[in-house]
Design a protein around this ligand. Structure first.
Ligand SMILES: NC(=O)c1ccc[n+]([C@@H]2O[C@H](COP(=O)([O-])OP(=O)(O)OC[C@H]3O[C@@H](n4cnc5c(N)ncnc54)[C@H](OP(=O)(O)O)[C@@H]3O)[C@@H](O)[C@H]2O)c1
Length: 284
């Protein structure tokens, strides 16, 4: 990987990749919505032909899960047409594409971790359009890495910051305790991507931090590490009316393809959380 085009460079993952790639000899072409709208087929081809990257990492997505339910057309444009455009342009110049996907492609009804080979069965517009994006990439290009991640947090709006903000204004907060997954730091996902991208071992990967927790336990860990005094009460998803889109109850992804290669194992979610809180000065 010598010349990398990053889309959605100002998002959580885009920023993490920039942090990891600064001071390397890799030539970075950073784009975001204002410089490259991935839904604009002509713009995508023009830029890719002009810049000739050997690798495209698509960090752009329509990630507002509830909003996707009422804005289906735009969600589909960004999450499905966008990756299709990038895959077609990559094919033309013989570049490889990294497409980021999500645990939401699964229905969350399993009782054991999902494998890369499990068949997607999305329950929300976000999950559906992301699954369509995966399919479009697979049908267009051979040299792709589709990386499904989950519960991502980094430099941007995220659960960790939301919890700490809520704790500043409330003595008691309620957090759902019947949805399980693996909180994943954008930095750790970025490391994983950079590790596999030159392996030539194309295909679908799961890329989440190791270990499993609930949102409630995740919140408790954030508060205990930051020594924040707040009462956290567990609630069920049914008792929490704010969400519009259906969330998978069990969205644990096993990093089987990555771990079977044996050369990189993602950090445990608790270790990645400590790193994030230290890097952002939230713990000393
Ligand atoms: N966040 C999570 O919990 C989570 C979980 C599982 C998977 N993922 C996946 O992980 C990837 C990275 O997520 P993230 O949290 O880093 O996302 P993010 O912070 O929401 O960033 C997405 C970026 O994409 C940009 N964008 C939106 N529409 C665009 C378009 N048409 N053309 C170009 N750029 C566009 C956004 O710009 P604006 O801000 O200007 O709209 C933003 O900079 C995504 O594929 C997401 O689906 C995320």
């Amino acid at each position: 990987m010598k010349k990398v085009l990053i889309t959605g460079c100002n998002g959580q993952l885009g920023r993490a990749l920039n942090q990891l790639l600064k001071n390397t000899d890799i030539i970075l072409i950073n784009t975001d919505f204002d410089t490259l709208d991935i839904c604009d087929t002509k713009q995508v081809f023009t830029l890719v032909r002009e810049k000739m990257p050997d690798t495209i990492i698509n960090c752009a997505a329509y990630t507002a899960v509830d909003q996707c339910e009422t804005d289906q057309e735009n969600a589909r444009r960004v999450n499905a047409l966008g990756p299709k455009n990038l895959a077609a342009a990559a094919k033309e110049i013989d570049a490889q594409l990294v497409q980021i996907s999500t645990d939401y492609v699964f229905d969350g009804k399993a009782d054991k971790p999902y494998l890369e080979t499990d068949i997607p069965c999305p329950q929300s517009v976000y999950g559906l359009t992301k699954a369509e994006g995966e399919k479009a990439v697979m049908e267009t290009l051979e040299r792709y890495y589709i990386i499904r991640t989950a519960w991502l947090y980094g430099d941007g709006h995220n659960f960790v910051k939301t919890m700490l903000r809520l704790a500043r204004d409330h003595d008691t907060i309620t957090v759902v305790n019947d949805q399980f997954g693996s909180p994943t730091s954008a930095l750790e996902l970025g490391r994983m991507i950079l590790h596999i991208v030159d392996s030539g071992k194309y295909g679908i990967y799961h890329g989440t931090c190791e270990g499993v927790t609930s949102w409630y336990e995740f919140a408790r860990k954030i508060f205990s590490l930051t020594k924040t005094k707040v009462t956290v009460l567990p609630v069920t998803t049914d008792e929490y009316p704010a969400a519009v889109a259906k969330r998978p109850a069990y969205s644990v992804l096993e990093n089987q393809k990555l771990n079977s290669q044996g050369s990189y194992r993602m950090k445990h979610w608790e270790d990645a959380l400590v790193e994030y809180l230290s890097d952002t000065g939230m713990i000393g």
